[in-house]
Structure formats: C-alpha cells, structure tokens
Design a protein around this ligand. Structure first.
Ligand SMILES: NC(=O)c1ccc[n+]([C@@H]2O[C@H](COP(=O)([O-])OP(=O)(O)OC[C@H]3O[C@@H](n4cnc5c(N)ncnc54)[C@H](OP(=O)(O)O)[C@@H]3O)[C@@H](O)[C@H]2O)c1
Length: 337
C-alpha cells in the first residue's frame, strides 16, 4: 500500500456521490476506480469527480490492482454478492448498511473475511461521528450511572415510488432494513449486543414491506430499549439514554452533531460539533486507520456485533412474517438463531 489509501466504489447512486464528496476531507484517501452496471454512468461519474478508472461492471473495480478497499453502495440485496466478489479478489470492504439482507449472508461474509484475513466493516457511519464518540466517553465514565432505558426513533416520509428501493420488496425495502437498523445498532452499542427478548409489531403496506415498526427489547438486569422506524412517516429522530443518575439526549442521532448531558434534572454539559460534509468521512477514516494498523476489523463496529444486529432484525421480520420475494424462492430458507 502506497502512502494514500485507494478506494474503489460499486454502485453509483445517491450515497456513492455523498461518499466521494466526503472523502475529500481525508487527504490520505483517493478514489481510483468506480463501477456501475452501465458504462455511461461509470464514465460520467468518473468524469464528474476526476476519478482515473471507470468500469461498466463491478468485477472491473474489484480486479483493479490499484484499489486497496471497496465501498459497496448498492441496494440491500446485492450487498452480500458485491462484498463476496470484493473479498474473493482480496480487497478490503466497507459495506453499506444494512450489512446484508439477513444474518446468514452476514455470517458467510464474516467467515470469508476471517478465513482470508481481509478487512471487512459495516458502514454504520453514525458510530464514528464526533458527538457519538463523546456519548461513548460519557458512558465509559459512568456519568449517568447504570443505563436503564434507551429510546430512539428514525422515521421519514419517502415519496410514493413503489418500484424504488425503499418500498420495493424485490430490493428488500421497508423501514427495518433501511432506517430501523440505526436505532437497533445504537441499542446494541450501548446495551451490550443482542437483546434477550424482542417484542415487535410492524405495519406492512400495500407493496408488502414494513412501512413502520415498533419494538421493545429486553436485556439483562431489566434494561430496556424502545425503538421505532418508519419510511412513510416523519418522526423526531431523537435518542434518549436514560440512566440511574442522568440522561443523555442526542437529537438526530443518526447524523448527530450535538449531545446533551442532563444530571439531576439540570443540563450538565452540551457538546456540539458540526459534521464535515454529510458525515461519511469519519467511518472512512476508521477504515483507513484499521488498514494502516493491519487490523482485520474495527473495534467500534466489530463483525460479531454486525452479525448480532442482523440476527435481531431476522427475528423481528420473522415475528411479522416478512420474507422478501427472493427469500421465498429458497426452498428451506431459515433465519439464523
Ligand atoms: N449511510 C447512509 O447515510 C446511507 C444513506 C442512503 C442509503 N444508504 C445505503 O446505501 C445503499 C444505496 O442506497 P442509495 O440511496 O445510494 O440507492 P440508489 O440511489 O438507488 O443507488 C444504488 C445504486 O446501486 C446500483 N444498483 C445495483 N443493483 C441495483 C438494482 N437492482 N436496482 C437499483 N440499483 C442497483 C445502481 O448503481 P449502478 O447502476 O451505477 O450500478 C444504483 O445507482 C443502500 O444499502 C442504503 O441502505 C446509506
């Protein structure tokens, strides 16, 4: 690896644009190759950002010898295939959330990455934002005592486009995998992984995906998380961490730029840090730190935790009877326990 870390990108949609813009904040990062299903889109994207290599297929990027690490920015059902393609070509991988559609796919990716000693990470970018780093610092110091409850919601009103990736079951649409993964991942981060009990409800809309859901998670020692997600309803997007000695409030927790600590009913500390761009540079910086240190996974977004999050979402979908059409075709599809 030369001085700069060289990125390749698969899938040139909305988030790929944001990611390339945000990489400009990292002087040691360079995008050297992009791949699209279409030659024209690849060429146009490469020209827009002055990227040297473009391919009208994903294979070209993963086989490009100049590329150190691949960012996967395709819709959910192709995350596993694209990540596997990249790992098998020996490339490190940062894969968009949700890591895969279900836990079995995540398990296969982790096995491949570990067997071949290649870096792999879920792009749960919120974890790396300065405000969330500050929240973890407060929690590590025990400032709010023992955590008793966590509450978080993430809902927005998407346009009515049944064929688009948010509402289309063929693209594993729905609130859980698109936005629900954020509060679930946050709960996992602060409450110690998978819940012991999960109670959940979803409303499946006319396209067959979950337009909204709510869940109560139960953890050891009576700790609880109350979570919800929605793709046809705007919600406040607040996170509240409630402890025996105080409360932490994180507005817009998924793209947090502030957090407030309350002790004995009074504001004790307020932290604010505007995001660089859209905030994707922080996760990319973590990937690059890990690669330079020769690490195969991030301590902040570990692979076993990503697997646990996928298992939790499998259980919830199982409770709702929500299988995507391509899962129904698998004769004996079963969720991982
Ligand atoms: N971290 C975040 O803040 C954030 C925000 C939004 C989305 N995401 C995640 O990023 C991923 C992509 O989301 P997006 O909003 O960028 O989606 P998008 O705008 O629809 O772009 C996805 C791209 O994937 C490629 N693709 C491959 N197979 C496809 C298929 N069957 N149908 C449609 N596109 C296909 C297309 O690029 P080519 O035609 O060029 O190959 C498409 O432009 C999703 O997993 C989503 O959950 C993350």
């Amino acid at each position: 690896m030369e001085n700069k870390i060289k990125w390749g990108i698969l899938g040139l949609g909305n988030i790929a644009h944001a990611f390339v813009e945000d990489l400009k904040f990292l002087t040691e990062a360079e995008v050297v190759a992009v791949g699209s299903r279409s030659d024209e889109r690849a060429t146009a994207f490469a020209q827009q950002y002055n990227i040297p290599n473009s391919y009208g297929c994903y294979e070209g990027v993963v086989q490009d010898p100049k590329v150190d690490v691949i960012y996967i920015a395709t819709p959910h059902p192709s995350h596993e295939e694209c990540a596997m393609l990249s790992l098998k070509a020996g490339k490190a991988v940062l894969c968009e959330k949700p890591f895969t559609v279900h836990a079995k796919e995540t398990d296969e990716l982790i096995t491949c990455a570990r067997e071949n000693k290649i870096f792999l990470m879920e792009a749960m970018w919120s974890r790396f934002l300065p405000a969330i780093v500050k929240v973890r610092e407060w929690l590590a110091k025990g400032v709010i005592g023992e955590i008793r409850q966590f509450k978080a919601d993430f809902g927005f009103r998407c346009d009515w486009k049944p064929e688009g990736r948010l509402l289309n079951p063929k693209l594993a649409g729905g609130a859980l995998l698109d936005v629900g993964v954020y509060p679930i991942s946050f709960a996992s981060m602060i409450l110690g992984g998978r819940p012991a009990r999960i109670l959940s409800l979803a409303h499946l809309g006319i396209t067959g995906v979950d337009e909204q859901f709510s869940a109560v998670f139960g953890y050891k020692a009576g700790k609880m998380a109350l979570l919800s997600g929605a793709i046809r309803t705007e919600t406040p997007k607040d996170a509240w961490i409630i402890g025996t000695e105080g409360v932490i409030h994180v507005p817009n927790f998924w793209r947090a730029d502030s957090a407030t600590l309350w002790l004995q009913g009074k504001q004790a500390e307020h932290y604010e840090m505007p995001l660089e761009g859209t905030g994707k540079s922080y996760e990319a910086a973590e990937v690059m730190r890990c690669l330079r240190a020769g690490k195969l996974e991030s301590d902040i977004m570990p692979l076993d935790e990503s697997l646990g999050i996928m298992k939790t979402m499998d259980i919830m979908r199982n409770q709702w009877g929500l299988l995507y059409p391509f899962e129904r075709k698998v004769a004996r599809f079963s969720f991982l326990e």
